[in-house]
Design a protein around this ligand. Structure first.
Ligand code: PMP
Length: 363
């Protein structure tokens, strides 16, 4: 068996230990005589899996008691509609939500929210090709916004908030799809944190939302019941059938993370991995990363070859070394290395070694 170094932006690499455990438990989970996929979500076996996953995630992120963890479906894109449908009802209609436009994903959130409320783009780096995050002091927040939305890690553009912006009493909503659990965050500074699972958590199909209690119970009447946070919370994420297998794998990833020393230890590794790659990219004129240094993502590292006619040769050579999925998103071109929690530093080192060798050959 050859396991490759998979730099995909998502679905993405998962810890090998987790995959092995899932394989071992596939046919007979803990003597139940069935796989987790075949279990009733209301049976005691699955309930125990769900409860452990919820408890471990709460511990890993130090989620305060006045927040609910919801296991949903619909992905990050689903949340772009689910969030306004649940939050704008707290204000007289039509309500306004503030957005900071820092890349493709916050852009998608803006577009979707316009179906449910007025959108104020409080700040944008679009004209500068999203090469930085507009500093907080430049944001033009509205007076009575229902919420402020940010994407704390832009998966395509490679910018990441390195701090939590202050927005007063207005609930701060963060799309953390592509960096949740990669760094320590103070959950109490947010009203809502959401993310699709398929980068740092588990398989696609599971979406996690962490919602402060007082923001639950205001859904617009048009909100589908399966996405009304009140119904979901009251039913322990089992108002409808939850993505049971995704929750199970996520739970195994949470246990793995705890064995690694939790989020603080993982953050230190992520800092080291990102530094290894960015330092090399910065040291050469052959490759470049165009993002302002204080806004660079530790998870998604876009880079360009100076001579873009070498792109295909670069990707082919990488494949020969089992370094896969390095092609940049089609909207921005170039290359992108996603180095999530489950990417070991050896994988990043193998990539840097390849970058050097390729440069030697073609530089
Ligand atoms: N937000 C961010 C930051 C993402 O990276 C992605 C997926 N790449 C999404 C939202 C959309 O997620 P999904 O495809 O699960 O709806």
């Amino acid at each position: 068996m050859t396991r490759v170094y998979n730099f995909s932006a998502g679905p993405a690499v998962l810890p090998q230990e987790v995959l092995q455990q899932a394989a071992e438990e596939m046919l007979d989970w803990h003597g139940s005589g069935m796989s987790v996929m075949e279990m009733s979500h209301r049976g005691k076996e699955f309930i125990s899996i769900y409860e452990a996953a919820e408890r471990d995630l709460r511990e890993l992120l130090a989620v305060p008691a006045n927040y609910r963890i919801l296991f949903l479906q619909g992905g990050g894109i689903g949340e772009n509609a689910i969030v306004p449908m649940n939050l704008v009802g707290r204000k007289s209609q039509p309500a306004t939500a503030d957005f900071v436009h820092t890349g493709s994903w916050s852009g998608k959130s803006i577009k979707e929210a316009k179906k449910y409320c007025n959108v104020n783009v409080a700040a944008s780096s679009e004209t500068e090709k999203f090469a930085f995050i507009p500093p907080r002091e430049t944001w033009k927040l509205s007076k009575d916004a229902a919420y402020v939305h940010i994407c704390t890690n832009e998966t395509i553009d490679g910018v990441e908030f390195q701090y939590t912006p202050e927005v007063g009493d207005v609930p701060l909503v963060a799309d953390m799809s592509s960096h949740i659990l990669s760094r320590v965050v103070d959950v109490s500074k947010y009203g809502v944190i959401f993310g699709g699972a398929q980068k740092n958590i588990g398989p696609a199909g599971l979406t996690i939302a962490i919602v402060r209690d007082d923001l639950i119970g205001h859904a617009l009447s048009i909100c589908p019941s399966a996405f009304d946070w009140k119904l979901v919370a009251e039913n322990q994420s089992m108002y409808n059938t939850p993505p049971t297998y995704g929750i199970y794998i996520a739970g195994l990833v949470f246990q793995w993370l705890k064995r690694q020393g939790g989020v603080p230890a993982m953050e230190q590794r992520n800092i080291a991995k990102a530094a290894l790659l960015y330092d090399y990219l910065d040291s050469t004129g052959f490759y470049s990363n165009r993002i302002a240094k204080d806004c660079r993502s530790r998870m998604n590292v876009p880079f360009y070859l100076k001579d873009e006619s070498l792109n295909e040769a670069f990707l082919a050579g990488a494949k020969e070394r089992n370094l896969l999925q390095l092609k940049g998103h089609k909207s921005v071109g170039g290359m992108r290395a996603s180095i999530y929690n489950a990417m070991p530093i050896e994988g990043v080192q193998a990539l840097v070694d390849y970058l050097k060798d390729f440069e030697k050959k073609h530089g």
